[in-house]
Design a protein around this ligand. Structure first.
Ligand code: ADP
Ligand code: MG
Length: 555
């Protein structure tokens, strides 16, 4: 193999050459203990920077830290942050992105990322590096000092001996404890757990940092459970299987609690406040998304009649309403394998949530069966639990197994009060008959229809635009409904997995999503596309993205 000394020589010889000559340097260059692999070379100094991998051959981490699983994800998360701090503000000069070095650091959720991984015991950091130029001429000496001196030195500082033991332990324990608590949920009859002392609110709607001075969470005694933490029992709120209603007056912390539960499917970094908020992996937050595309979804559990001759058993629209979009998302999520649904009245069409007696009487032909009439059968027949925030309709008190009231950011158990009320003030609503179908999720999808369609210019561009939009061929895939995507790098992963699926066999959406996520974790996210800014997604979210493709077709 060529060495870093060869790379230095080659760069010095290329000094002043035209930028395209950088392409000749692609490949691996061996150093004493850090190798530099130039994987992709940008076309010009102003283009998206090149992809460079630095590999530390003997990073000296113990096997318990680097075995595949949560501990490794946590260590990589920490190293990515450390490396970013190390290269921040490094000297850059020249045109365009010359000398820019960046690594894809995540937010507070710890996710497997293509930016950092262990491969055969070696630590690999995958970076974006702007190869230096003046005008469009190669700055060979600057490139040599960047690629041969600076980056290998920064990578070498990621060895075990250079990263504080206390941080490594804290990160690993956050991930392992999350996993350990999650394993205890089902055996304790729970779908989620919120430890006492957790800080749930964020600093603002635009920040993922914990809110300073927030009221720490505390479980009411009647709903408190103790789970086994790594260092002893941990007390907190156990959200039981079945139907949980979170209620309370406005601005008292209802949505904040539900959002924390939604985020609880991921482990969080130390200091986030939500490290001990744990939700089962199959929990799916659903909401209304009017305007979304719906393809072949069986809405019969919720819709009994539609104007015209529209099929309800195989409902299709390019422009769903608030209620039909929510009904579709519920049926799709169950089909994709969700085990708990999380809903917030703030983002759900009321007419799919409830229907009071007076409205039932007025609407001669009631076309919608509201969720309140379905949650119990959904649990009995399909084992699906529901956690719903409702402050506006007492009808949910009839069907709730547990009622939690948020009062001044404090949780109270008002289940007994609610029961007594239901006896004292019985509802006059009539309950519609049980559904005849729960939606058919075994329908085989044309894998090809999951691929990006060419636009007018014959191109099939795929580009993530922030957290909620994915340019996908000739359409923009809107992901507003996928609230459990927490990182723009997850959207990029969706943009890589969807085309991957389109090249594999036809199958039901649930299987397509599971296979794709499984394959990407087996081969490593980096191998998926050679992009250093991809983060892991759940099969449930990938399935939800597939369902929203306007091009989706049954086989
Ligand atoms: P609701 O859904 O009940 O109307 P939210 O959950 O939206 O209320 O919370 C209202 C406000 O209170 C938000 O600005 C939120 O950040 C803040 N908040 C929520 N929980 C806490 C807490 N434990 N301590 C301090 N502020 C909180
Ligand atoms: Mg709210």
């Amino acid at each position: 193999m060529k060495t870093l000394a060869d790379l230095r020589r080659a760069l010095e010889q290329l000094d002043g050459a035209s930028y395209g000559a950088y392409k000749r340097l692609r490949g691996a260059w061996r150093g004493d203990d850090v190798d530099v692999i130039i994987d992709r070379v940008q076309g010009d100094p102003f283009a998206t920077p090149s992809v460079v991998c630095v590999r530390v051959a003997a990073p000296e981490y113990g096997g318990h830290e680097t075995a595949p699983g949560p501990a490794r994800v946590a260590l990589c998360d920490l190293l990515t942050r450390r490396f970013a701090a190390h290269v921040r503000g490094s000297a850059r000069s020249g045109s365009g992105r010359s000398g820019d070095v960046s690594i894809d650091v995540g937010g507070p959720a710890m996710l497997a990322r293509s930016a950092c991984d262990f491969v055969d015991g070696a630590l690999e950091l995958r970076l974006r590096v702007g190869l230096p130029a003046r005008g469009r001429r190669i700055l060979g000496r600057a490139a040599a000092s960047l690629l041969v001196d600076h980056l290998p030195r920064a990578a070498a500082a990621m060895r075990a001996s250079d990263i504080e033991r206390s941080d490594r332990d804290a990160w690993r324990e956050a991930a392992l404890e999350h996993a350990a608590l999650r394993e205890q949920l089902r055996e304790r009859g729970l779908v989620a757990f919120v430890a006492d002392g957790s800080i749930l609110p964020r600093r603002s709607g635009a920040s993922l940092d914990p809110l300073p001075g927030a009221v720490p969470f505390e479980a009411p005694a009647s709903l408190a459970v103790e789970l086994d933490g790594l260092h002893g029992p941990i007390r907190g709120l156990g959200i039981r299987c079945g139907i949980t209603v979170i209620t309370g007056a406005g601005f008292h912390g209802k949505s904040t609690l539900l959002q924390a539960l939604a985020a609880g499917v991921y482990p969080h970094i130390p200091g986030d406040g939500r490290t001990l908020v744990v939700t089962e992996a199959g929990a799916m937050k659903v909401r209304s998304e009017d305007g979304r595309s719906v393809r072949n979804v069986d809405l019969r559990p919720f819709i009994q009649d539609l104007p015209g001759d529209r099929s309800i058993a195989s409902f299709e629209t390019d422009d769903a309403s608030g209620s039909t979009s929510l009904a579709a998302s519920i049926v799709e999520s169950i089909g994709a394998g969700a085990t708990t649904l999380l809903l917030d009245e703030d983002t759900c069409a009321t007419n799919l949530l409830v229907r009071d007696a007076r409205m039932q009487a007025l609407l001669q032909r009631d076309t919608i069966v509201p969720l309140v009439d379905r949650v119990q059968t959904m649990h009995r027949e399909r084992g699906i639990s529901t956690v719903i925030v409702v402050g506006g309709s007492g009808d949910y008190l009839d069907v709730a197994d547990t009622v939690i009231s948020m009062d001044d950011y404090r949780a109270r158990d008002t289940t007994d009060d609610a029961r007594a009320l239901c006896v004292r003030m019985p509802t006059t609503r009539t309950t519609p008959p049980a559904p005849t179908s729960w939606g058919d999720s075994s329908q085989v999808i044309q894998a090809r229809s999951v691929g990006p369609r060419r636009d007018g210019k014959g191109r099939a561009k795929v580009r993530a635009m922030g957290l909620r939009d994915l340019r996908y061929g000739d359409e923009t895939l809107q992901l507003d409904g996928l609230e459990q995507l927490v990182d723009p790098s997850q959207v990029r992963t969706l943009g890589a997995l969807l085309p991957w699926i389109s090249e594999h066999g036809d199958a039901p959406v649930r299987d397509l999503a599971a296979q794709a996520v499984d394959a990407s974790s087996r081969m490593g996210l980096y191998a998926l596309e050679g992009a250093p800014e991809l983060a892991a997604v759940r099969p449930l979210d990938l399935a939800a993205a597939i369902h929203r493709l306007r091009s989706l077709r049954p086989a």
